[in-house]
Design a protein around this ligand. Structure first.
Ligand code: FE
Length: 235
């Protein structure tokens, strides 16, 4: 077999002018370094594929395990919001993933070893795409509070975990939605670890009347800028 030629360095594929013609592609050192990257795979934009391949239409309902099947117990809710960038522009086709405990504060996860009851009709996770206006929406039930293992007397307030992935976002963004008027919010070390009050407030959903006959909550997500939603970051 003929010996394969060494794979050429990416910078020889396209010159800077050609790259600049590709809408939204910004050339910088970390994308097209001078020297070949041999150890670390260079980052690339996440691209649009995940929006098509990782999503099914029935994943916007956490409160049943099969479409049209029996519903999980608890207080039904609808959560909806808009994802925007730092200029207030909607972010379409963002992949939103959510997961939460059931009404008794139990996760559908083998590592949840608390005595709280499992609800066989509760799926507990969901995945959806934002539409052309950056909007998402899902159905669930109000999650219960649960004890944080390893800590005495620390009850996590009801919350929903969020992961956000979008074109141009190189690493998924992680945060938690909290509910208004929950006394446990005031003593939760994770929520109150966000010292900036405006940033902390960005994590508390707003009650928004009713939708589909159940309690509705609004949770908007701003990816960047002065009004940015507070996200967890690596230490
Ligand atoms: Fe949790």
């Amino acid at each position: 077999m003929a010996e394969q030629a060494p794979f050429p360095h990416p910078s020889v594929f396209l010159d800077e002018k050609t790259l600049a013609r590709i809408k939204g592609y910004r050339v910088h050192e970390s994308r097209t370094p001078e020297r070949p990257v041999r150890v670390i795979t260079p980052s690339q934009t996440i691209g649009p594929f995940f929006a098509v391949g990782l999503h099914a239409s029935n994943e916007d309902d956490l409160a049943c395990t099969t479409p049209g099947g029996p519903r999980a117990g608890g207080t039904p809710i609808v959560v909806a919001g808009q994802v925007t960038d730092e200029h207030g522009r909607p972010v379409r086709k963002a992949l939103i993933e959510v997961w939460q405990a059931n009404r008794w504060g139990k996760y559908e996860h083998p590592d949840d070893i608390t005595d709280a009851a499992v609800d066989p009709n509760f799926k507990g996770w969901g995945r959806m795409l934002t539409d052309a206006e950056g909007r998402y929406r899902f159905r669930s039930v109000l999650p219960g509070a649960y004890p944080n293992p390893g800590y005495d007397h620390w009850m996590r307030p009801p919350h929903i975990h969020f992961s956000i992935f979008a074109a141009g976002v190189m690493q998924r963004l992680i945060t938690q939605l909290y509910f208004p008027d929950e006394p446990l919010n005031d003593i939760d070390p994770i929520l109150n670890g966000v010292l900036d009050l405006q940033a902390r407030a960005s994590l508390i959903a707003r009650r928004a009347g009713e939708a589909d006959g159940v309690a509705a909550y609004t949770f908007d997500i701003v990816l960047k800028g002065p009004d940015q939603t507070e996200f967890f970051v690596d230490a």
